[in-house]
Design a protein around this ligand. Structure first.
Ligand SMILES: *[C@@H]1O[C@H](CO)[C@@H](O)[C@H](O)[C@H]1NC(C)=O
Ligand SMILES: *[C@@H]1O[C@H](CO)[C@@H](O)[C@H](O)[C@H]1NC(C)=O
Ligand SMILES: *[C@@H]1O[C@H](CO)[C@@H](O)[C@H](O)[C@H]1NC(C)=O
Ligand SMILES: *[C@@H]1O[C@H](CO)[C@@H](O)[C@H](O)[C@H]1NC(C)=O
Ligand SMILES: *[C@@H]1O[C@H](CO)[C@@H](O)[C@H](O)[C@H]1NC(C)=O
Ligand SMILES: *[C@@H]1O[C@H](CO)[C@@H](O)[C@H](O)[C@H]1NC(C)=O
Ligand SMILES: CC(=O)N[C@H]1CO[C@H](CO)[C@@H](O)[C@@H]1O
Ligand SMILES: CC(=O)N[C@H]1CO[C@H](CO)[C@@H](O)[C@@H]1O
Length: 584
């Protein structure tokens, strides 16, 4: 038996520069509310349509807020709802302080916040600072060199060759293929765009841009949100000297972004400084207003050491409360061994600077769903991990039901921009549409999502069986297990307990959560497709009575069952949460 034992003593509750001066419960609730939250990601376009146009909207979300209260979710984050030409479904913004008309109005947003407050649900908004839409008035004014806006974007003359041809200033590539520089005839200059031509990069070396974006943040803070999820943070700054990037050696296609090693266009040191500035803005806002600590979480696919710098830099300057941990998406999959799981889970906890809080992202709108990545049988086990690991859990809408990707969307129904650009022969493997199909509420028409004849993306045909209402009525279901796990999270041992993992064998791993004077909890997962009989007596160390707290839908075990540490039988893909009752 391989025994890896690492104890992490979590100082949850002591975190937060403002918090530890104060002791009272109220202040703890104000400053530390987020440290053990489950944040639920709503993809607004697919959540609930209220007006029958086939597209989800704000009134739809408001009408479903009770669902969160019933489920035990107290925080949600919304993908972009701002005015946008929708080339990239809202990640191309033409007005940062207005609502996309098909989603509703600012009044609808106020109503959403009012209802959410009433139900005790906090709302986090997506913030997309890396670029605006080319339809944004700022860009139009910048093209026209209107005073004050000349340098809102990154403009360059490029290089005039001897034969009279003009070429971009350097070799930087767009994430979506080709040069990152786009010629603008009117201004007679190139602008930088790391994504589509319709998404020009804002120039954060211009203080006026920073001021404008601060104002955007304050606008939404004043509407009562609890913070921001910051999109694509690694792309914000580029090298000021515009140096060429070296070839990466991984592909021969000079138009493919992977052709270059992105040392001058991603993860630049200035990115951290901007986040620290926003952190100060949010902390200042909290200090001067009632309500909870306004928080910030960041999206950035980067190395673990780069991500840790976001929590705080080497001088201890604080950045976002947490950078998303995507290891369950990028490092682990259906082929991972028990050791892989323990390794990646532990890695985050080992690297994380002292006094910070871990987080676990199980899915999002850019990646295949859990059921499709790990297998449908693994849904409950993955939710058990999400809920019993130390720190914060992040759930993408539909994962509480074990929704699956709808991979068979036809070419004519495909709307995801990169998939459309890939063409009819290649779209299926890269399309993000399969994980963005409408929420499956019931077996009613369009899964209860919309009354339209046609929805913006087709509903997954498996909705007749796989839907919330069925799962609420069933005796056992993914949803009910998810709900019971949320209840379990109230236990002090899951809030504050230490974390001790163990690789039981190649296919089974477990971890204990321990806290003085509390019963220890143990989560155990079989990551293989065969039945396992394991002996964890050594891991438990002392004589204990083992009783099942949570079991999966297909499990032979029932809640309350007693187990013997020497002979725990786990079905393929099975996970269990077990309570260890100390024998007196
Ligand atoms: C964005 O929309 C709001 C509300 O309609 C409007 O008042 C504001 O002027 C717009 N901002 C810009 C930069 O166009
Ligand atoms: C000028 O030179 C560049 C680089 O050698 C070449 O790509 C381009 O086609 C030339 N333009 C003309 C008009 O000859
Ligand atoms: C926050 O407040 C501090 C002190 O009151 C001030 O120095 C700082 O500039 C403020 N930062 C922001 C981003 O508002
Ligand atoms: C898992 O392994 C199988 C067999 O080697 C392979 O076909 C499949 O692509 C792998 N899946 C992942 C997600 O790596
Ligand atoms: C967790 O620890 C913090 C700080 O040590 C403490 O204030 C809090 O009461 C503890 N919570 C529980 C549920 O034990
Ligand atoms: C389990 O997975 C292995 C390797 O992927 C495969 O060869 C085997 O057929 C599977 N067994 C079952 C019972 O599904
Ligand atoms: C990580 C990443 O690329 N995030 C977003 C950045 O902006 C582009 C363009 O809008 C989006 O497609 C990405 O999802
Ligand atoms: C939770 C988990 O990782 N389950 C895995 C169990 O084994 C099967 C088959 O190898 C995988 O598909 C699951 O992902």
């Amino acid at each position: 038996m391989v025994v890896v034992k690492i104890a992490f003593i979590l100082s949850v509750g002591l975190v937060g520069i403002l918090a530890h001066k104060h002791q009272s419960k109220e202040l703890d609730a104000k400053y530390n509310w987020w440290q053990h939250e489950v944040f639920y990601q709503i993809y607004p376009r697919s959540f609930q349509d209220s007006n029958g146009d086939g597209i989800g909207d704000l009134q739809g979300i408001t009408s479903r807020l009770q669902y969160f209260k019933d489920t035990g979710i107290t925080s949600v984050w919304l993908s972009p709802i701002y005015e946008s030409p929708m080339v990239d479904f809202g990640y191309d913004i033409s007005n940062y302080t207005n609502i996309q008309p098909e989603y509703g109005t600012l009044e609808d947003f106020d109503a959403l916040i009012a209802k959410a407050n009433e139900l005790g649900v906090k709302v986090i908004l997506d913030f997309v600072p890396n670029h605006s839409s080319n339809k944004h008035p700022w860009f139009i004014k910048s093209v026209a060199r209107e005073p004050g806006y000349e340098d809102f974007y990154v403009w360059e003359d490029g290089i005039l060759l001897e034969n009279g041809t003009r070429v971009p200033p350097n070799n930087w590539l767009s994430v979506f293929s080709g040069s990152a520089w786009m010629w603008n005839d009117e201004r007679q200059q190139y602008y930088l765009r790391q994504f589509t031509y319709g998404q020009p990069d804002l120039n954060y070396r211009n203080p006026a841009v920073i001021k404008a974006m601060d104002d955007v943040m304050l606008f939404w803070l004043n509407k009562g949100i609890a913070g921001f999820r910051i999109d694509a943070i690694i792309y914000i700054y580029e090298d000021a000297q515009l140096r060429d990037e070296p070839p990466s050696g991984t592909t021969d296609d000079p138009n493919n972004e992977a052709y270059l090693s992105h040392i001058y266009t991603r993860n630049q040191p200035e990115d951290y400084g901007l986040l620290q500035h926003w952190r100060q803005l949010l902390d200042n806002y909290t200090a001067n207003h009632d309500g909870p600590l306004r928080i910030m979480m960041t999206e950035g696919y980067a190395s673990v050491s780069q991500l840790m710098e976001y929590y705080e830099d080497s001088n201890g300057v604080q950045g976002p409360q947490f950078p998303f941990n995507f290891d369950f998406i990028t490092e682990l999959n259906a082929n991972s061994t028990a050791a892989d799981f323990v390794f990646y889970i532990s890695r985050w906890l080992i690297y994380m600077p002292h006094g910070h809080v871990a987080n676990w992202v199980m899915g999002n709108h850019d990646n295949p769903r859990v059921a499709s990545r790990f297998g449908e049988k693994s849904v409950d086990a993955m939710n058990m991990l999400l809920m019993t690991l130390p720190g914060i859990g992040i759930t993408y809408n539909g994962e509480e039901l074990g929704m699956t990707d709808y991979r068979d969307i036809s070419w004519s129904d495909t709307v995801d921009q990169p998939a459309c650009e890939a063409g009819i022969d290649n779209y299926k493997t890269i399309s993000r549409d399969p994980e963005r199909t409408p929420m499956q509420w019931s077996s009613d028409v369009n899964a209860g999502f919309s009354s339209a004849d046609r929805t913006w993306l087709p509903v997954n045909p498996n909705y007749k069986e796989l839907n919330l209402r069925n799962q609420q009525q069933a005796r056992r279901s993914h949803y009910k297990i998810y709900q019971s796990l949320l209840k379990l999270r109230q236990l002090p041992v899951l809030k504050n307990g230490s974390f001790v993992p163990e690789v039981v064998n190649r296919r089974v791993f477990a971890f204990k959560r321990e806290l003085k004077n509390e019963h220890t909890l143990l989560t155990i997962v079989n990551v293989s497709n065969r039945t396992e009989l394991v002996d964890i007596a050594d891991f438990i160390e002392q004589p204990n009575r083992l009783s099942v707290l949570v079991a999966g839908v297909d499990s032979q075990h029932r809640v309350g069952d007693r187990l013997k540490a020497e002979t725990i039988e786990l079905a393929p893909n099975e996970g269990l949460v077990i309570q260890l009752n100390k024998r007196k």
